[in-house]
Design a protein around this ligand. Structure first.
Ligand code: SF4
Ligand code: F3S
Length: 108
């Protein structure tokens, strides 16, 4: 089972996770990152890097976050790879305190 980026990442995109990934399996969308499950080697090193605890093992994803398992797999196939950490999105610290951000996920 791969690791999965979940809702807290939306509108934050801190990208601290990216620089730690040994196989460059993070893909970048407008306001969210997705992990390619076919590339992820389940090392888990990215988990503690995320300031909003958005990354978890697919096997530990709670029911309300379950759609993110399929979303990571699908979006990672179309979004470009991101390999370097950069500045978070404007307003990330405010968005970090928000819940219920699913509707604000930008697909393109
Ligand atoms: Fe990359 Fe490892 Fe995180 Fe998978 S678990 S996304 S391989 S750092
Ligand atoms: Fe998103 Fe956390 Fe990475 S906010 S970009 S999963 S460090």
């Amino acid at each position: 089972m791969a690791f999965v980026v979940t809702e807290p990442c939306i509108k934050c995109k801190y990208t601290d996770c990216v620089s730690q990934c040994p196989v460059d399996c993070f893909h970048e969308g407008p306001n969210f990152l997705a992990i390619d499950p076919d590339e992820c080697i389940d090392c888990g090193v990215c988990v503690d890097e995320c300031p909003v605890s958005a990354i978890m093992d697919a096997g530990d994803v709670p029911p309300e976050q379950a759609p993110f398992i399929e979303l990571n797999a699908r979006l990672a196939k179309t979004w470009p790879v991101i390999v370097a950490t950069r500045a978070p999105l404007e307003g990330a610290d405010t968005a970090a305190k928000q819940t219920g951000k699913f509707a604000e996920l930008a697909l393109t």
